[in-house]
Write a protein that binds this ligand. Structure first.
Ligand code: BES
Ligand code: MN
Ligand code: ZN
Length: 485
């Protein structure tokens, strides 16, 4: 798909050449400066009761007199905000995607266009047009829509074009994350993730290193090894580095949970919906996606992605409830529940992250069902002991419509992790499950400026539209871009 700018005024939209014109109208009246032909037909439609200025409503028109584009889709936006624009674009693209148009001109009338609108156009259209086909050759053919031209003024052209480029980088990262996470567990193995990282490295000049079991043993990652030991799939510990900043600049480190299938292990999960545990590498997918987006954006920043990847399986070699392991940090852990495996692989990855002397470390994980109960699928759970880091991540989420919500880390929650046989247990009780999981991770971050994103509710959708969302690639990319000097 291709996104570009096209210089024209609202009054001149009738003369814009395209297969279709997607006209987003902000506000509650026909904009005064709108092209006469379009204003006429729109007013008539409103008077006839066929169109209302109601967020998300659309009107399809064919061969409008005085309008060069053969098809016109009008989409209503509540106001000029990026949020309302997103909603209107999604509705408009929904109308156009089953039709014959290939080249679409997009215009915003009734409000001022900004670079943020441009970025939103790209991410929204790309999201709406994505089709998974890796293991489904019978998937419907991709929509014909191939190019989008965003109408803007001459003065805006450079800023709008820059917004489109940022949007393209994010959309490519989101797509990579969705492609990885949607693949079933027998395709997307730890080895597959490692190969995807290696390919990403080749394509975008990243340094990629993949540690094997023996390397991880040497490093003393007893906790990560414990989770991996029940599986016949070889574990991988992936380290990918993008160097776009000064040599001396401290990197941002992203740590992604890469459980390519989570059965629960000996503490096995119920059968219903267990298939969705193929998405348990959504954190890892978002790290790969963010690396891709940041590299495409050529951001002047250093970024390290770390992915501990393995399966969580029940078997004769699997860990058992009550087993005690020693983490890379030296702290011992009593594994009371083998289904709380995400924190067990992340804690060693967090300790490993120390060697990069990072400016900040953010781990991303489909960590707890409790977070789904707390926040549902709208906002990811954000935990951090650093207020500035938390504020930066929240702001990045707002800017990219990839929302998060800050959760508490009071020391009182830590009591739940007490163990009689080790420095800590790996589970608290049912109460505050997302928080006690974060408290567990926090015990491994004393030397770090750290935040944790629990994406259990936001990384994928269940039900009829089951599939990976690619979140939180937009949030993470915006955060990393905001750290560029
Ligand atoms: N991958 C799951 C978390 C999860 C569950 C994400 C459901 C999305 C939907 C994680 O490894 C897990 O099993 N967590 C347990 C922790 C519990 C044993 C303390 C959970 O949430 O039930
Ligand atoms: Mn689990
Ligand atoms: Zn899990």
């Amino acid at each position: 798909m291709d996104f570009k700018t096209q210089v024209a005024a609202a009054a001149g939209l009738g003369a814009v050449a395209a297969d279709a014109l997607l006209l987003v109208v902000a506000g509650s009246a026909v904009p005064g400066d709108l092209d006469k032909s379009l204003a006429g037909v729109l007013t008539a439609a409103v008077n006839a009761g066929d169109f209302a200025f109601k967020s998300g409503s659309t009107l399809y028109l064919h061969r409008v007199d005085g309008v060069k584009a053969g098809r016109v889709v009008v989409a209503a936006a509540a106001d000029g905000s990026v949020k309302a624009f997103r909603k209107a674009v999604a509705a408009g693209v929904g109308v156009l995607k089953s039709g014959g148009a290939r080249r679409v001109a997009v215009a915003l009338a009734g409000a001022e266009l900004t670079a943020d609108h441009a970025e939103a156009l790209v991410t929204c259209a790309s999201e709406a047009l994505y089709v998974y086909r890796a293991t489904k050759p019978s998937a419907p053919a991709a929509a014909k829509l191939a190019s989008f031209a965003l109408v803007c003024s001459k003065e805006q052209n450079a800023a709008i074009a820059a917004g489109l480029r940022t949007g393209e980088a994010i959309a490519a990262g989101v797509e990579l994350a969705r492609e990885c996470a949607n693949r079933p567990g027998n395709h997307c193995t730890p080895t597959y993730l490692a190969n995807t990282a290696r390919q990403l490295g080749k394509d975008h000049g990243l340094k990629v290193e993949v540690l094997e079991r023996k390397d991880v043993e040497k490093l003393g990652m007893g906790s990560f090894l414990a989770v991996a030991q029940g599986s016949a799939e070889p574990l991988k510990f992936i380290v990918a580095r993008y160097n776009g900043g000064a040599k001396t600049a401290a990197p941002v480190v992203l740590v992604g949970k890469g459980i390519t299938f989570d059965t629960g292990g000996i503490s096995i999960k119920p059968a219903a919906e267990m298939d969705e545990m193929k998405f348990d590498m959504g954190g890892a997918a978002s790290v790969l996606g963010t690396l891709k987006a940041v590299a495409l954006a050529k951001a002047r920043v250093n970024l390290v992605g770390i992915i501990p990847a393995c399966e969580n399986m029940p078997s004769g070699t699997a860990i058992k409830p009550g087993d005690v392991v020693t983490s890379m940090s030296g702290q011992t852990i009593e594994i009371l529940n083998t289904d709380a495996e995400g924190r067990l692989i992340l804690c060693d990855a967090l300790t490993y992250a120390e060697r990069f002397k990072p400016a900040a470390v953010v781990d991303i994980a489909t960590l707890t069902g409790a977070c789904v109960i707390a926040l549902g699928g709208v906002r990811s759970g954000l935990f951090s002991s650093d207020d500035t880091l938390a504020a930066d991540l929240l702001a990045a989420g707002e800017k990219s419509a990839d929302l998060a919500w800050r959760m508490p880390l009071d020391e009182e929650y830590d009591d739940a992790l007490k163990s009689s046989f080790a420095d800590m247990g790996n589970v608290g009780g049912r109460a505050g499950g997302a928080i006690t999981a974060a408290k567990f991770l926090q015990r491994f971050t004393a030397k770090l400026r750290w935040a944790h994103l629990d994406i259990a509710g936001t990384a994928w959708k269940s039900g009829a539209a089951k599939g990976a969302t690619g979140r939180p690639v937009p949030l993470l990319t915006h955060y990393v871009l905001s750290q560029a000097k």
